[in-house]
Design a protein around this ligand. Structure first.
Ligand SMILES: Nc1ncnc2c1ncn2[C@@H]1O[C@H](COP(=O)(O)OP(=O)(O)OP(=O)(O)O)[C@@H](O)[C@H]1O
Ligand SMILES: [Mg+2]
Length: 318
């Protein structure tokens, strides 16, 4: 029954009972109300208002509970639904709200998937252009410099050209590295474990932080989408270690735990800021990617200090 009619009926019932009591009781009211009559009237009114309040309260209390749960709902951690309220007045509301959540979560995950795949495509394009355009131009410059070096006789010119060759070589190396980071082509060629190992090597080379790798046995074969998610999460977590952690060592682990694959990046640095850290686009991106493959991500302080990023992705039982 709609809430409106429930309220009307509850009120109506209270008024009817009040009227009947008045009609069949010996109570009378004079034209100029006497003090005793006023007292009886006041008590009667109080009783009516009180009964009405009690009845309405029990009718509407589920709505308060609903409101409280609604406030907790966060689309970034999907899956929370309002409790079934039986056949009470809130039941229709709960059903409608839960349906709306289903719809919003479906739409959000489609939008997310779309945004992330657009981002990957854009990265691919930039990586390709960097490699093909800038990389080619630098190679041409390098060849020219080599010819100039071979022909030069003046030792000063030779020294200058050699310096230029060195600079150009490291620029070329840099372009290759950036292009590699943008497009983990490695992933297809080398597989996930080797790609993760190369991320670890890169961190050691660029930031001087040793990485202890722990890749468990019996790792399942993953689909390309899941592999990319694991790779990108590890990449961002390791970048964060280099940028924020002031760590002296990092653990990079990939293990199987029951029906889940667990990626863990843990450093021994200063840990997340006390009072919870502000999530930047990096951590949010990791979270979104995790959701994309039905997984979850936790970033927090690990026992003994330092930060720990844990990605859990469900995998097919094989
Ligand atoms: N390993 C870590 N150790 C200490 N603090 C960290 C670590 N990882 C993240 N943080 C903190 O969490 C914040 C948010 O990280 P997040 O990756 O979301 O953003 P960011 O790295 O600052 O920027 P970007 O969007 O470029 O990644 C960081 O600014 C940093 O203060
Ligand atoms: Mg970051």
């Amino acid at each position: 029954m709609p809430l409106f009619w429930r309220v009307v009926l509850t009120n109506g019932l209270v008024f009817v009972v009040g009227t009947l009591v008045l009609a069949f009781s010996p109570a009378t009211v004079s034209q100029r109300v006497r003090t005793t009559e006023a007292a009886v009237l006041a008590v009667g009114l109080l009783v009516i208002v009180g009964v009405n309040a009690v009845l309405l309260r029990s009718l509407l209390r589920p709505l308060d509970r609903l409101t409280a749960t609604m406030r907790e709902i966060d689309l970034r951690s999907p899956g929370l639904r309002l409790d079934d309220q039986g056949r009470g007045p809130a039941a229709a509301l709960v059903e409608g709200f839960n349906e709306m959540l289903d719809r919003l979560e479906r739409e959000r995950s489609a939008t997310r998937a779309h945004a992330l795949s657009a981002q990957e495509a854009e990265r691919q394009r930039i990586a390709q252009e960097l490699h093909d355009e800038v990389g080619q131009s630098l190679t041409v410059v390098l060849l020219g410099l080599k010819q100039a070096r071979d022909r030069a006789t003046d030792p000063e010119v030779v020294a200058t050209v050699e310096t230029l060759q060195e600079t150009t070589r490291s620029a070329l190396e840099e372009v290759r590295r950036i292009s590699q980071r943008l497009r983990p082509g490695l992933l297809e060629d080398l597989g996930l474990l080797n790609s993760l190992a190369s991320l670890a090597t890169e961190l050691t080379e660029t930031a001087g932080i040793p990485v202890a790798k722990g890749f468990g046995p019996g790792l399942p074969t993953l689909g390309p989408e899941t592999e990319l998610v694991v790779y990108r999460v590890a990449q961002e977590a390791l970048t964060n270690v280099a940028r924020h952690a002031r760590a002296t060592s990092v653990h990079l682990g990939l293990t199987r735990r029951g029906g889940s694959l667990v990626l863990r990046v843990a450093d021994d640095g200063r840990g997340p800021r006390p009072g919870g850290h502000v999530e930047g686009s990096g951590i949010q991106g990791m979270r979104e990617r995790a959701l994309l493959v039905g997984g979850s991500l936790r970033v927090g302080r690990q026992e003994g200090g330092g930060t720990e990023v844990v990605l859990v992705v469900p995998v097919e039982e094989s």
